[in-house]
Design a protein around this ligand. Structure first.
Ligand SMILES: Cc1cc2nc3c(=O)[nH]c(=O)nc-3n(C[C@H](O)[C@H](O)[C@H](O)COP(=O)(O)OP(=O)(O)OC[C@H]3O[C@@H](n4cnc5c(N)ncnc54)[C@H](O)[C@@H]3O)c2cc1C
Length: 432
């Protein structure tokens, strides 16, 4: 590619970034109208809402998409590396060196220049500075963390199974801090896994104790009360212990301590109590950020620099008519990728940017095999509460929409079929 082409650098190939790179590749890259570079800190993409299933072992590596292959098929370039800095005046980003597992430097520190920069780096868990959280909790921020969790989980099951005949046997205890969608979905998924392990000859599910700790008086604050209460009932029926209205003040190696003096012993502790953009983004070379480090954007997704845009969880995007910004959700990242693609094409043609409006199609929470609950928003019908099979189908369709955006209809259909066949030949959970 020649050097005088407009250079679009997208940082972060998650739910929003990979869709944007793929769309821009087919609209501009294919015709040689721009050079598109996707930079990501990892070599493969996995749709983040699958991470609780990766953590539980019910989804494996096969759902990963190789960035290099995706770039080759869709006329953009992939570069491996972690952005660490920005010079807006020089229009350059700085990328830290990449090391192998053994510590050998594979790629030195680099600089990339851009004409248009898109920040799509997602979010990380917010520990709110609570003592011991970073050191003693597991997080579900990335694929590697989800696999790490899964490994811990399998090892803990094996250990607990081996101990089961001993006189001092005690159940494996898992505590999840945060009763939002992530915490709730993870707890149901883990319960399902313990059931499956019992079928495979491991301990009974009664030998695993699951607890959700939530500061609010109710689970799932984003959903209507009726649905949240139905979810609480469902989880209680599964013997998942719900500690509501409990504020965590410290996490130690073996336990979680709450403000009212309670100590909750836990072998595995998961932190899923809110998000923030990574700390290094805060005030990045004069870009406006909010108190959770998100880049403040206007309704065109533009930051306070006309050449820099932000989408997905790292963007604080206004939601007219609402007190808060667009929520950090995969459906928002998906919509923003498509709006920004149009804007960038317009920008190259000297036309105005597109205004982005968030369409909330509702929230769905999957309780493993047990149930799916949520609400759907529609212009004609208003808000509709759904559950059961229909809710499950709608929930799965979110992922299908993402797959279609990056693979097209034909490949998505083939992938879905091959996955179905593959599942018939493998154990339903990953045990390694
Ligand atoms: C367990 C779980 C379940 C969820 N379930 C749902 C759901 O059911 N529905 C829903 O709408 N949302 C759900 N979400 C939220 C949803 O996953 C996010 O809102 C969405 O993934 C945000 O997309 P994104 O593109 O902003 O960031 P991400 O998808 O997080 O992608 C960010 C990318 O940036 C890369 N990156 C980060 N830092 C750097 C750097 N410095 N340099 C280079 N690359 C970098 C990362 O490697 C990653 O590939 C869930 C989240 C979790 C954790």
């Amino acid at each position: 590619m020649s050097d005088n082409k407009h250079k679009i650098v997208i940082v972060g190939g998650g739910a929003g970034g990979i869709e944007l790179a793929t769309r821009l590749g087919s609209k501009l890259g294919r015709k040689g109208l721009a050079e598109i570079i996707l930079l990501d800190a990892t070599t493969t993409h996995i749709w983040k809402p699958l991470l609780h299933e990766v953590a539980a072992g019910t989804v494996d590596e096969s759902e990963q998409v190789d960035y290099l292959g995706q770039a080759y098929r869709n006329q953009f370039r992939f570069r491996l590396g972690k952005m660490e800095g920005l010079d807006r005046e020089k229009k350059e980003i700085y990328v830290s060196p990449t090391f192998s597992d053994s510590g050998e430097e594979l790629i030195p520190r680099r600089t990339f220049s851009y004409d248009t920069l898109v920040m799509a780096i997602g979010s990380v868990s917010n520990s709110f500075g609570i003592k011991g959280v970073e050191k003693n909790c597991l997080f579900l921020d990335s694929t590697s963390q989800a696999f790490k969790f899964q490994k811990h989980l399998v090892e803990s099951y094996i250990k607990s199974h081996a101990d089961a005949d001993k006189a001092n046997k005690k159940p494996l205890s898992i505590a999840i801090v945060g009763g939002g969608a992530t915490g709730v979905e993870l707890s149901a998924e883990l319960h399902e896994v313990t059931d499956m392990l019992a079928v495979y000859g491991f301990n009974e599910s009664s030998n695993v104790k699951l607890t959700i700790i939530e500061a609010a008086p109710q689970l799932l604050p984003a959903l209507p009360s009726k649905l949240a209460l139905a979810t609480q009932d469902q989880l209680a029926r599964l013997n998942i212990d719900l500690k509501l209205g409990c504020r965590v003040v410290e996490v130690t190696k073996d336990a979680i301590h709450t403000m009212d003096g309670e100590t909750i012993q836990a072998d595995l502790k998961v932190w899923a109590a809110g998000i923030k953009a990574p700390d290094w983004v805060n005030g990045l070379d004069g870009l406006a950020t909010n108190k959770i480090n998100q880049l403040v954007v206007d309704e065109t997704l533009k930051t306070n620099d006309e050449n820099i845009f932000a989408i997905g969880d790292c963007a604080a995007c206004p939601w007219p008519g609402h007190e808060h910004n667009v929520p950090p959700r995969a459906q928002a990242a998906h919509q923003q990728a498509s709006a920004l693609c149009k804007s960038i094409v317009n920008r190259l043609n000297g036309q105005p940017l597109v205004n982005y409006t968030y369409h909330d199609y509702g929230s769905l929470v999957a309780l493993g095999k047990y149930s799916t609950v949520g609400n759907l928003m529609g212009n004609l019908m208003g808000t509709v509460t759904i559950g059961g099979f229909i809710a499950r189908v709608v929930y799965l369709s979110l992922y299908k929409m993402h797959q279609i955006a990056i693979h097209g209809y034909y490949r998505t259909a083939l992938l879905t079929l091959s996955n179905l066949f593959r599942r018939t030949a493998h154990a339903k959970i990953k045990m390694h």
